[in-house]
Design a protein around this ligand. Structure first.
Ligand code: BG6
Length: 472
């Protein structure tokens, strides 16, 4: 059973929806620059216009109200608030998010604000290599101070950093996101600074006297072993340590686990972990963990010649992308089907994720992303029959209900996404929303919105607080 306060919701991110990339004083983010370099994104698409939420937020929030959405997770664009990352504040940027938050509140929709969803100000990348420079901790904290001061009395749910694991992997190991690097050392350095920035933000939030829920959202893909062979079980253990607990232990316990530290050291990596850092990590523990869940990861011990090629995006990873082969290797899971983009579909994996996090940390969990990326077809009479999305979400909701029944404290569920939006590496072909946005890679058309079948289905789920999930 879902309790009455359950935050049924949906999510988005600034760069993927706002557009208005270069107006009203906004500075460039690393994505504004990166997406304009030919070959970096699918069909060279970018978020210059995206779905123009900047100008259409009232229309979109009216749709949220009509649907009965209880919460909406969105992110703030750092360079819209601080065009050069630090220094002068852009009043138009501050005003825009006040407008969005006020509109949401007036519509009865609880705002869940993500502070950082990958659009680092380009100036900070230029000045000190972004997340690789320690100064990012200070600049991020300063940015957070502005957000807390402006919006802290209106917003009760804060996501500090979105999927630190994903943007650092894609950006520093696989060269698929900015800054398009392939360096294990850079990856761990950038992560260390992101941990400090996250902790510093949470510490500041508490010091400023706010008592809302705050924490990062991890892209959480629980690890399975390919077989019951003890060597595969050890591969899974290493996978969990390096691929899940590395992040969650620091966020929730406030320290690097000794196993992770040793595994990292074995790779020849050094982390500049000072005594002050250790204190900060302790002082900045989250009081809620955001869970972005899409699929599980099955691993086996690496064997020469059996390396599984990674798929999953239209823009593919290079053959020489860095990996953790010495510890574990991706394997197929014969029990699971996949989406049209090759992501395994595993609703039970979400329950596994919630259970593992609860037994390890016993913290409130907020599902901050889950959804199905698919090709949708708009019919001539303006409909989208996305029964596949309904099936996908229904199965995931039911597993969450079981996890709650089994003792997990789940605050809410933000589906990805409310509107169709720009997919970083898949343009506008891969759609996730309840609301179809009529545009493609070639043309923005009129960016008209259409309600999909899933819009009405989710409306009923929310209205009945999940009861309708049990209807035949
Ligand atoms: C998450 C991100 O990793 O997955 C989102 O937080 C992203 O920003 C979502 O859009 C889906 O990924 P993709 O590549 O299918 O758009």
């Amino acid at each position: 059973m879902f309790n009455k306060e359950f935050l049924w919701g949906s999510a988005s991110a600034a760069y993927q929806i706002e557009g208005a990339a270069r107006i009203d004083g906004k500075g460039d983010s690393i994505w504004d620059v990166y997406s304009h370099i030919p070959g970096n994104t699918f069909k060279d698409t970018n978020g210059d216009v995206a779905i123009d939420f900047y100008h259409k937020y009232k229309e979109d929030i009216a749709l949220m109200k009509e649907q009965g959405l209880k919460s909406y997770r969105f992110s703030v664009s750092w360079p819209r608030i601080l065009p050069t990352g630090s220094g002068d504040v852009n009043p138009k940027g501050i005003e825009f998010y006040h407008n969005v938050i006020d509109e949401l509140l007036a519509a009865g929709v609880e705002p869940i604000l993500t502070i950082y969803h990958w659009d680092l100000p380009q100036s900070l990348q230029d000045e000190y290599e972004g997340w690789e420079g320690r100064k990012v901790v200070e600049d991020f904290t300063n940015y957070c101070r502005i957000l807390f001061k402006e919006y802290g009395n209106k917003v009760k749910y804060w996501v500090t950093i979105n999927e630190q694991n994903v943007y650092t992997s894609l950006g520093y190991l696989f060269d698929m996101h900015p800054p398009k690097k392939r360096s294990m050392q850079s990856y761990y350095t950038a992560n260390h600074h992101a941990f400090l920035a996250n902790a510093s933000a949470i510490k500041l939030y508490k010091e400023m006297g706010f008592d809302g829920m705050i924490g990062p959202s991890l892209g959480l893909g629980p690890f399975y072993a390919a077989t019951s062979h003890p060597e595969d079980i050890m591969a899974m253990e290493d996978g969990q340590e390096l691929g899940n607990f590395y992040w969650t232990d620091i966020y929730c316990n406030g320290y690097y686990s000794p196993i992770v530290l040793r595994l990292i050291e074995k790779m020849g990596i050094t982390i500049d972990l000072t005594d002050e850092d250790k204190e900060l990590l302790q002082a900045g523990k989250c009081n809620m963990l955001g869970v972005n869940y899409y699929s599980t990861q099955t691993v086996s011990k690496y064997k020469e010649g059996e390396k599984l090629k990674q798929t999953g995006n239209t823009v593919q990873m290079g053959e020489d992308a860095l990996s953790f082969d010495q510890f574990y290797n991706s394997a197929n899971n014969p029990h699971l089907g996949t989406t049209e983009w090759g992501w395994t579909i595993d609703p039970t994996g979400l329950r596994v994720a919630l259970r593992r996090m609860t037994s390890r940390y016993n913290l409130p969990l907020l599902i901050t992303e889950n959804g199905l990326g698919a090709y949708d077809t708009l019919t001539e009479d303006g409909q989208v029959h996305d029964d596949y999305r309904i099936d996908f979400l229904k199965e995931h909701f039911l597993e969450v209900e079981k996890a709650i029944d089994e003792g997990c404290n789940v605050l809410g569920f933000a589906t990805w996404s409310f509107q169709d939006l720009f997919s970083w590496l898949n343009g506008y072909a891969k759609r996730y929303g309840f609301v179809y946005v009529d545009r493609d890679e070639e043309s923005e058309k009129e960016l008209k919105r259409y309600k999909k079948d899933s819009f009405y289905w989710y409306q009923e789920v929310m209205k009945t607080n999940g009861e309708s999930l049990h209807d035949e």
